[in-house]
Structures are given as C-alpha cells and as structure tokens.
Design a protein around this ligand. Structure first.
Ligand SMILES: [Zn+2]
Length: 327
C-alpha cells in the first residue's frame, strides 16, 4: 500500500477515534464504544507496524474496495467466517436489487425521441450510471446521463447511487446544463473519497431535435448521421477531481432519423482472446453500417458485434450503452 493511501486511512481512523471518544464521554454505558475504540487502535497500530491492509489470516492484501468501504476490515474475502460470508452475500444481493431500481423505466414516452439502453454490471453491482429524466418544462424534453465511477463493486455502486440522487434532485431545478454540472461536481468532490472520481456525459434534449451536452472526461458522445459519424469533442475534467472546475456545454441539432450514441469504456476497452481491444475504429465502422436503425436495434447490433469480437466468454467490465433517436 502506498504511503499516501496509508496516510489517508490513518487520517480517517484518527477522525473516527475522536468521534468515538466524544461519544464514549456522553454514553451511559460506553462498553460497546470502548470495544470499537480498541478496534480503531488496533488498526492504527497496524499502520505503524506496516501490516495495515493485510489479511490477519493469510497476510495477503485485503481487497482495496472493501478497505475503502470499511477501513477496519481485518480479513480478505477468502478468510471471512461462514456467517460473515452469508451476510456479505445477502448485502450484495440487496445492493443489486436497489441498484436495479435506480435505472430509468423502459417504457418512458419522450417528446420527439425514441430511446433504448443496455446496462450490464460486471459482477452483482455496477459503477456505471445510466439515467433518463423527463422534465416537465415545455422548452426541454428530458435529461440523459451515462457515466462511469472509478473502480468496480460495492464502493463504486455507492458512489453511482450518490450521483443518481444528485442528478434526480437538481435536474428540475432550473439550472443551466453547465450550472448543473458545476454544482454536482462540487457536491461530488465534497462527498466522495479522494481516490474516486467519475467520468460522465450529461445532456438534455429538446422536442425540436436540439441537444445540449456536457462531458466530464467521458468517452466522446457520437452523433450518427446518414453522411457519417460526428464526434463531440468538448470535454472537461472528470467529476470529483477539482472542486472549482467550470463545465462547458455544446449544442447540436439532430434531424429526423439521426441518433446520439453514448457508451462506457466497457465497450471500447473490451478485449479479444488475443488481447486486442474492441476500440473506437471498430465502433465507428459498425455505427456507419447501422446509421438509420431504431435505438433498440442499434444497441443489439452493437452487443452482437462485441460478442463476435471478444467471444461469449469475454471477461466483462461494467457496460452501458444508450441510443437516442430523433423521431
Ligand atoms: Zn486471507
């Protein structure tokens, strides 16, 4: 573990210790708090001894995302007791169910647009964020968002649900798109671990075919027109990197039958058996071939091509695809 990360954990543990000490001084029966304090002291002693983050059974490193979630974790996944294993499985299954409910409805009716998305976690839960938020405002039709929190698993999925809550709360608040991104970036910087950030595309679509779109360091959005694919290059820092980032927005007009395609790097960084990556060029070729099809067919073609490329047994990363087509 690097000294920097170790320092971060030490700081978190010291903060926890102060909180527990304050609570113990007020509690009628401080025994339970004293036990927790002893756990914190044990973790701090391990940092001093250089054994922090190692499983107490096998001495192998504990999975980093479990440690980020709970800095007091003492055992690697292989050495949890049977009861702990079962509790963990129940928790993860519950997290999966909760995350599924955060996806937009499949049967949304959007003014002037057709939409479709594919959302596929690499394990039980995903660090990808996929959303469509209809807006009750005659000038705008809906917001659309595709993003990717660093890492995988529970820690990433928690941050994903945090982004979901922020966008759902602020999307209808009358902020401009740039203003919305600035605000969410500040909130995300304050709320997330310094080791985590998110790349994300957010935009809104007007009934007329105009889209406004802002990109926080994510894979470039693609406009699919009959005459070819247009990449939207305006991009700023990922969310959670620097509090004072100003996000820009780019405006495009889509004509009837033209589509916007958004994806996470689970697509382009998917590897074949040979190690070759799926890549941007193969994606462009495919989209050129299917330029005029409805969103559902477009995404199915994309998934078929990905399977052809990397085989049924491909090692899956979190994967999200979204297509929006002007009616
Ligand atoms: Zn172990």
């Amino acid at each position: 573990m690097s000294g920097l990360i170790e320092n971060m954990f030490a700081q978190q543990l010291e903060e926890r210790k102060l909180l527990l000490q304050a609570a113990a001084s007020k509690a009628n029966d401080p025994r339970q708090i004293k036990d927790l304090l002893a756990d914190v002291d044990r973790a701090l002693a391990k940092i001093t001894a250089g054994s922090y983050g190692l499983c107490e059974n096998c001495r192998e490193p504990i999975e980093p995302e479990r440690l980020a979630f709970d800095p007091m974790t003492r055992y690697c996944l292989d050495h949890l007791s049977e009861i702990e294993q079962r509790a963990l499985e129940r928790d993860i299954d519950l997290a999966r169910q909760i995350q599924n409910r955060l996806l937009p409805a499949r049967d949304l009716v959007l003014r002037g647009w057709d939409s479709y998305f594919h959302y596929e976690p690499s394990g039980q839960v995903s660090g990808d964020y996929c959303d469509i938020i209809p807006i009750d405002n005659p000038a705008k039709s809906f917001y659309f968002i595709v993003g990717d929190v660093t890492g995988k698993g529970i820690a990433a999925s928690l941050l994903m649900s945090q982004l979901h809550a922020m966008f759902r709360t602020l999307a209808g608040s009358g902020l401009s798109l740039s203003g919305l991104m600035d605000r969410i970036n500040r909130l995300f910087c304050e709320a997330s671990l310094t080791t985590h950030f998110a790349t994300l595309v957010c935009g809104f679509a007007h009934e007329t075919g105009e889209i406004e779109i802002s990109n926080a360091g994510h894979c470039l959005p693609l406009v699919i027109r009959e005459e070819g694919i247009e990449r939207l290059f305006t991009s700023d820092l990922p969310l959670g990197v620097a509090c004072e980032t100003s996000y820009r927005a780019e405006t495009k007009k889509l004509r009837s039958g033209e589509s916007l395609f958004l994806y996470t790097d689970g697509l382009t960084e998917s590897a074949a058996q040979s190690g070759e990556l799926y890549g941007d060029n193969r994606l462009m070729d495919l989209l050129n071939d299917v330029s005029s099809v409805p969103p559902m067919n477009l995404i199915e073609s994309c998934l078929d091509d990905l399977t052809r490329f990397s085989g049924e047994s491909r090692k899956r990363d979190d994967l999200t695809l979204m297509a929006l087509r002007k009616e």
